[in-house]
Design a protein around this ligand. Structure first.
Ligand code: SRM
Ligand code: SF4
Length: 585
């Protein structure tokens, strides 16, 4: 058939079955076939290998140290204490005693070996969570603003996230057949039988997606202004809640065509800020998601995978034509978009009391990594909180965690645990660190060109010396790093962004909007990590000395002429001024 290799794999997979079951039964290797690696992504599972071990394994003539990453879908990022405890236990048992909170409000386990993969998935399902459609060319985890204290409408937004997620979940029975069966093919008893997954084993049809699913991944978020903590403009489809007073949602502005991923040296790829398409009522929101997905299904580029995301479909169709196609499927016109304003895209830390007198604690989790070290028992502390917590946990889109809905009488006990395990201290980190994010990168990510989450913390130590000297310790500046240009920590929406090009070398981007509403611009290409202090020191000092009242770092670097503003993604690569890095000090 015509189309990219992945289209052929989807076509031949019989609605995402492939030969995964046979591959799992093959004990001669820790891997599965290349085609099945594409199929298992739709089930939330990625084959990886430990890249730190590649050299020695090659020398010893052993196959790579294969293992699997499992992504658990958590619509809206809400997990119960029981689910938290199960995620913790599964991480201890199968996932190297570490849990990852992702930039899309999901859990990830790394290092799960093939022989334990099926058991792990079954135990995740037994915890009333699942991994279906956490990855792959389908709609993924639906995100929403996680802050329950922000207004009385949070519950409505969370409900919509779950509704859209359920509506767009693939219906194939493949997930059941492969993961929720025993070696005889008999269905195993798990308490969570994802309700919308066809349920019947021979159901093959996909009413929304069809046989080839979408041309590429698809991401949906819901934001409640003024907080843009879900980075709405980075996603294929978004809903901006428009409130009627502080108790009711009047409807949503619909955004389309955001995305971060690009490839170095390929200017036909670029990050893009989503456009506002119009306004819909709460009752219309699910239908809008289906219509947008279908227009992308039928018009997305299936030949060239690099240009298959919705952002490129909109660039090639034009926004007006795209909108007309969506409205044709809907059978009604979207209303004109309403006024809205965002003021930040990162999280707000510490204690907040809500309108019912309940408490919520937003905890800084550096790069979303939950694990214990000799000096910081984060994982143990959160386990002890989960054992006595009567509210819930909320994963944020900035890889942090809200211990939410704490009754007034339980607050002291939770605060005691937060203090004992030094989690309270974590919220007192510098402004730069609290607004930082790094993607996974090495050693598990097969696409990483440079370090990210293992490097950013020490870079922030260095930059904080400059910030402190300049009197900026408490100042919030968003800083994000990724190990490659795919943009998993949304670096092009950070005021300072580092994007890996090679070991120890990064592109530096400056000038994104603090509210996540403007893309950054390349400031220096392939800068060496040992030069970062010398490169950024003068800019930070200039900002401290010459900023205007309330001026954000991202706005200052544009006004001061360090970079030109990027109006929209197609201009992302324009106006780059090639500079030599300042000499190292
Ligand atoms: Fe991502 C691929 C990790 C959020 C854009 N991403 C990957 C893979 C699976 C690598 C691969 O394909 O082999 C990474 C696995 C690394 C590992 O070892 O865990 C990976 N992405 C992540 C996570 C875990 C980063 C993190 O540190 O939190 C995030 C998981 C989110 C989730 O729960 O679903 C993650 N990825 C994102 C985001 C941010 C977002 O969506 O808000 C983006 C940019 C937004 C976007 O989609 O445009 C993102 N990831 C990509 C891309 C580029 C897509 C593109 O359009 O070009 C790839 C590569 C690809 O798809 O081919 C990718
Ligand atoms: Fe891997 Fe690149 Fe994503 Fe980082 S940005 S996790 S290196 S794909």
């Amino acid at each position: 058939m015509a189309g990219s290799k992945n289209e052929g794999i989807k076509d031949a997979s019989n609605y995402l079955r492939g030969t995964v079951l046979e591959g799992l039964a093959d004990t001669s290797t820790g891997a599965i076939s290349a085609d099945d690696q594409q199929v298992t992504k739709f089930h939330g599972i990625y084959q990886q290998d430990d890249r730190d071990l590649r050299k020695e394994r090659r020398k010893a003539k052993q196959e790579k140290a294969f293992s699997f990453m499992i992504r658990v879908r958590v619509p809206g990022g809400v997990a119960t204490p029981t689910q938290w405890l199960e995620m913790d236990r599964i991480a201890q048992q199968y996932g190297g005693s570490a849990l990852k909170l992702t930039t899309r409000q999901a859990f990830q386990f790394h290092g799960v070996i093939k022989s334990e993969l099926k058991k792990t998935i079954q135990e995740i399902n037994a915890a009333l969570l699942d991994t279906v459609a956490a990855c792959g060319d389908v709609n993924r985890n639906v995100m929403c603003n996680p802050n329950p204290y922000q207004s009385k409408v949070h519950g409505q937004v969370q409900d919509l996230a779950v509704k859209i997620s359920d509506h767009l979940t693939p219906r194939t029975g493949a997930y059941h057949e492969i993961w929720l069966t025993d070696s005889e093919g008999e269905k195993v008893k798990v308490t969570h039988d994802p309700p919308l997954l066809g349920g019947s084993f021979d159901e093959g049809e996909e009413p929304i997606y069809g046989k080839l699913y979408l041309p590429r991944k698809f991401k949906i978020v819901i934001a409640v202004p003024p907080s843009n903590d879900v980075d709405i403009f980075a996603h294929d489809l978004g809903y901006i809640a428009i409130l009627d007073g502080d108790e009711k949602i009047d409807g949503y502005n619909v955004t389309v065509g955001g995305g971060m991923g690009m490839s170095h040296g390929k200017t036909e790829t670029f990050p893009r800020i989503a456009d506002v398409l119009g306004f819909c009522t709460p009752e219309q929101a699910v239908a809008v998601s289906e219509a947008v997905v279908k227009v992308q299904r039928d018009n997305g580029n299936r030949e060239v995978r690099l240009n298959a995301r919705l952002k490129y479909t909109i660039e090639s169709m034009g926004l007006d034509t795209f909108k007309a196609e969506v409205e044709k499927l809907l059978g009604f016109k979207l209303e004109p978009a309403r006024e809205f304003a965002f003021d930040h895209n990162s999280d707000r830390y510490g204690w907040v009391e809500d309108h019912r007198g309940h408490w919520h604690f937003t905890l800084f989790v550096e790069n979303g990594r939950v694990y214990d070290t000799d000096s910081y028992s984060l994982m143990t502390g959160l386990r002890e909180i989960a054992q006595m917590h009567g509210g819930d946990f909320r994963l944020t889109a900035n890889q942090n965690l809200i211990i939410a809905d704490i009754a007034p009488e339980a607050k002291d006990a939770i605060e005691k645990l937060l203090t004992e395990h030094k989690m309270i201290d974590a919220t007192e980190r510098s402004g730069l660190r609290l607004n930082s994010m790094a993607c996974v990168a090495l050693p598990t990510c097969g696409l990483a060109l440079a370090e990210s989450q293992r490097y950013l913390p020490s870079l922030i130590d260095e930059l904080d010396e400059i910030m402190e000297e300049a009197g900026l310790r408490e100042d919030a500046i968003t800083i994000r790093m990724t190990g490659c240009p795919n943009g998993c920590a949304r670096p092009y929406l950070a005021e300072i962004g580092f994007v890996g090009r090679a070991p120890g070398k990064y592109n530096i981007y400056l000038g994104a909007g603090f509210a996540g509403d403007r893309l950054s611009k390349l400031y220096m290409r392939s800068a060496k990590s040992e030069d970062f202090k010398a490169i950024l020191g003068p800019v930070i000092r200039d900002y401290a000395a010459n900023r205007q009242d309330g001026e954000r770092f991202g706005d200052f670097v544009i006004r001061a002429g360090y970079v030109k503003a990027t109006e929209q993604g197609r201009d992302f690569h324009a106006d780059f001024i090639d500079r030599e890095p300042a000499a190292s000090t």
